[in-house]
Design a binder for this molecule. Structure first.
Ligand SMILES: Nc1ncnc2c1ncn2[C@@H]1O[C@H](COP(=O)(O)OP(=O)(O)OP(=O)(O)O)[C@@H](O)[C@H]1O
Length: 355
């Protein structure tokens, strides 16, 4: 049992707070992705988990054991970084076996069994006797993954391991990684700034911004139920639209709404209110319909993965719209947009407001 508890951890560099009072836990046997933009503190948090950095305050527990001040070698975690440290003159098999060679608790037979297992799961058996220096970046990372998981530490940490791997090899690596995670059931924390990678790999995603965790949940929940404007904007390609809204007399009005919505009781007065809707959830039709508002097409539609991405303007508000079929009007023409009520989200001062 090795869950990870992060107990009010803060890390300051001089006057700058890189990780700001994070309190959360990663469940035993789950793959958790730390996702966020560059500079949000992902690597700093990861370095504290691995023991390469010490928190300014707070505690870190692995399976109930306080490891806050333990050096990396005493934490019994596997690690894979952007640039794996490999032994170029050793073979793939020898590199994977290396961390277990000095572990008296792993017999030679068991060590060999584990090496053979990861060679198969990672689909690198044909490379077993090749030297590291002759491998592509993608295959080197597979070996690094193999080495980190073969020793069967209960926790494995990955810091942007696919950054230097070319696109095709990246997909292979992610697929292999998923198989490893399903098979070996270790607790995995995986840092990435790539939302597709996080959505593919994670049991749960921790979304980070400016040193804090904004939301920690299953990928679909993060996507469908963002708790903040930042979450709606950061996840999705492109991210969510935010349209200004007015609140008066218990009603919400907005250029994207054909009729006012009732204001929820929890909505505070005087805040900056917006309506959020994902580009793929806005409907675009040729003529006026129930619940539609007129808009002008302001951008030529481009086809992406069998869908059409375009922009439409209502007054001063421009919306991204992603539709299944081509827009029903030429550039500069009039279309009609429908924001289905069940798809509309309300935000006040950047935070989601629910009824
Ligand atoms: N040793 C350090 N000294 C001073 N500032 C640091 C140090 N390490 C990190 N920082 C700062 O802390 C902030 C968070 O950095 P961190 O590397 O954790 O972010 P990140 O989310 O991993 O970003 P990236 O994806 O670019 O690596 C950044 O503003 C960075 O400049």
């Amino acid at each position: 049992m090795a869950d990870i508890v992060i107990d009010h951890v803060t890390k300051r560099f001089a006057n700058f707070t890189a990780v700001d009072d994070i309190a959360m836990s990663f469940a035993d046997g789950e793959v958790a992705c730390l996702l966020g933009p560059s500079g949000c503190g992902k690597t700093t948090l990861m370095r504290m988990l691995s023991g390469l950095e010490t928190p300014t305050s707070g505690r870190i527990l692995f399976g109930g054991r306080d490891v806050t001040r333990l050096p990396p070698r005493k934490r019994n975690v596997g690690m894979v970084f952007q640039y794996p440290v490999m032994y170029p003159t050793l073979s793939v098999r020898e590199n994977i076996a290396l961390p277990m060679v000095y572990d008296r608790q792993v017999s030679t037979a068991e060590r060999e069994r584990r090496v053979e297992e990861v060679l198969d799961v990672l689909d690198i058996r044909p490379l077993a006797d090749a030297f590291i220096e002759n491998l592509s970046a993608g295959n080197r990372q597979k070996v690094a993954v193999g080495r980190a998981v073969a020793r069967q530490s209960e926790i494995v940490l990955f810091d942007e391991p696919t950054t230097n791997v070319e696109v095709n090899a990246k997909l292979h690596l992610i697929r292999a990684f998923k198989l490893v995670a399903q098979r070996l059931k270790q607790t995995i924390v995986y840092v990435t700034h790539d939302q597709t990678e996080a959505m593919t790999l994670a049991d749960r995603i921790a979304l980070m911004q400016a040193g804090r965790i904004l939301q920690y949940d299953r990928p679909q929940v993060l996507y469908n139920e963002p708790t903040s404007e930042f979450g709606g904007w950061f996840l999705g390609n492109p991210g969510m639209n935010f349209v200004p809204a007015e609140v008066a007399g218990g009603k919400i009005t907005s250029p994207i709404l054909a009729a006012p919505l009732p204001a929820p009781a929890g909505l505070k007065a005087g805040g900056k209110t917006t309506i959020g809707i994902r580009p793929e959830q806005v409907r675009m039709v040729a003529g006026p319909q129930d619940g539609s508002v007129a808009a002008t097409l302001t951008e030529q539609a481009i086809g992406i993965a069998g869908r059409y991405l375009t922009k439409a303007r209502i007054g001063h508000t421009v919306l991204k719209v992603n539709t299944e079929s081509r827009p029903p009007a030429p550039l500069g023409g009039t279309v009609h947009l429908i924001a289905p009520r069940e798809r509309v989200m309300l935000f006040c001062d950047g935070q989601r407001v629910t009824a």
